[in-house]
Design a protein around this ligand. Structure first.
Ligand code: GLY
Length: 436
């Protein structure tokens, strides 16, 4: 089969890596890809928002399956365009992708279908937002309705931060039309978990749980990023809670989306918070694989990913599909560029990847890398590389990822050294050892 993967991040590198191991995959294209992906696939100079060009390519090359990585092409209707041309595609169509593309849609949907989530008010002016803050109380959360590259969520913990958020969203309008409508939401505390399921529109196949770490600095300090690391399993969720999430959240969501005339096929990412350590609430839905959770999850997947993606694209999973996970943990440490998540440096020479890969249980997925004028590898994005470790226990998987992260070098490199630290503490308490 010929596969086209759309995207250029670590998530897409992990997807290409996993698909390249399928006995049924003969050729992979990636648009636009990155230098890591180029070792496994043919990269194309087509951007993720170039919907017609992507569909033209898939049609011309008789691509058997297009796999859409990021949210932007989903919300722009790439899946609809491919389906119009009767080309198989993995991912939700534009209407279904609104679960991620509009926070107002997803909040209204959750309310209608009684899916547990924090109470919120929809606001279109500063005055409405001030009223909502008075009703909901401080701390509270401000969320831009539309896509904002992961920057549209602001937690206001005290009155001064509320004032700053009001200015940002309503006076300065930094989110443009994505901030025409704003949710003011009750702040929930607890452990966050990424719960990803594959869906064919009706059935849900859960992937291994994961946890990502959004803040830039150790100790969960500093601004939010696209994700500075992840591990799988998430550790924080017991099997009973996972069943509850499927019954109370995932299945009602899939049924509700079908009822709304928006059947969801693709990867449904449920961003959960466990309030008081046990009650799962939905913080957000995403309509695609998480990044960097996908890296930690896919290195643990024993079986072929292709039949799952094909089944979802066809609207019917094969009844026998049931993922098998290695009895090993996966961890991913993101190496970032100097300045990230603010304006960052580019063009720094990267060395040490082969050395890192020579170690047992180490995987490196490229995100923001490029080839310099002399063909050598340089930094080209805020999140540069996802350095992953896999081992029998989470502690060792994390140690492998951190050790390999030290081996890779470029000027301005920074990464978190405490990814998974709390998870290890939880495991120690549970088992008397951090090794499980
Ligand atoms: N890691 C969070 C996300 O993919 O949105």
């Amino acid at each position: 089969m010929r596969i086209l993967v759309v995207g250029s991040g670590g998530r897409e590198h992990a997807l290409v890596w996993k698909l390249s191991q399928s006995p049924d995959v003969k050729e992979i294209f990636c648009a636009p890809g990155n230098p890591g992906i180029a070792q496994l696939a043919t990269c194309l100079p087509i951007g993720v928002a170039d919907i017609v060009e992507l569909a033209d390519f898939a049609e011309k090359m008789k691509v058997d399956l297009t796999v859409v990585g990021p949210e932007l092409p989903l919300t722009l209707g790439l899946v609809d365009e491919l389906q119009k041309r009767r080309l198989p595609v993995f991912g939700p169509n534009k209407l279904a992708a609104e679960l991620e593309g509009s926070k107002v849609f997803s909040k209204t949907f959750m309310k209608k279908y009684e899916i547990p989530t924090a109470e919120a008010e929809i606001c279109t002016s500063r005055k409405e937002a001030e009223k909502a803050v008075r009703a909901i109380g401080v701390p509270c959360v401000f969320k831009a309705d539309g896509l904002a590259s992961g920057k549209g969520v602001v937690i206001a913990r005290e009155d001064a931060e509320v004032e700053r958020a009001l200015k940002l969203f309503f006076d300065d309008r930094v989110f443009g039309s994505a901030g025409d409508r704003v949710l003011v939401e009750r702040f929930l505390t607890g452990d966050e978990i990424s719960f990803m399921v594959l869906s064919d529109g009706e059935r849900a196949i859960p992937l291994a749980t994961a946890k990502d770490y959004k803040r830039v600095f150790d100790g969960d300090r500093g601004p939010n990023t696209g994700g500075m690391g992840s591990h799988s399993p998430s550790v924080f969720m017991e099997a009973g809670t996972a069943r509850e999430v499927l019954t109370d959240i995932v299945h009602p969501t899939l049924r509700g989306m079908k009822e709304e005339g928006r059947p969801f096929r693709g990867l449904l990412y449920v961003g959960l918070i466990l309030e008081n350590g046990m009650n799962p609430y939905v913080l957000e839905f995403n309509a695609r694989f998480g990044d960097p959770e996908t890296q930690s999850v896919l290195i643990r997947m024993e079986d072929d990913l292709l039949p799952y993606l094909l089944g979802s694209a066809r609207g019917q999973f094969d009844a026998a599909l049931k993922p098998v996970w290695k009895k090993e943990a996966g961890a991913c440490v993101v190496l970032a560029a100097d300045g990230y998540p603010g304006p960052f440096e580019r063009g720094q020479a990267i060395t040490g990847i082969d050395e890192a890969l020579a170690e047992e249980g180490v995987f490196v997925f490229h995100s923001g890398t490029a080839k310099g004028p002399d063909g050598s590898l340089v930094t080209a994005g805020g999140r540069v590389l996802g350095v992953c470790g896999r081992a029998r226990g989470l502690s060792e998987a994390l140690r492998r990822a951190v050790r390999a992260s030290e081996t890779i070098r470029y000027d301005g490199k920074h990464f978190r050294r405490d990814i998974g630290a709390k998870a290890i503490d939880v495991l120690r308490e549970r088992t008397g050892s951090g090794l499980s």
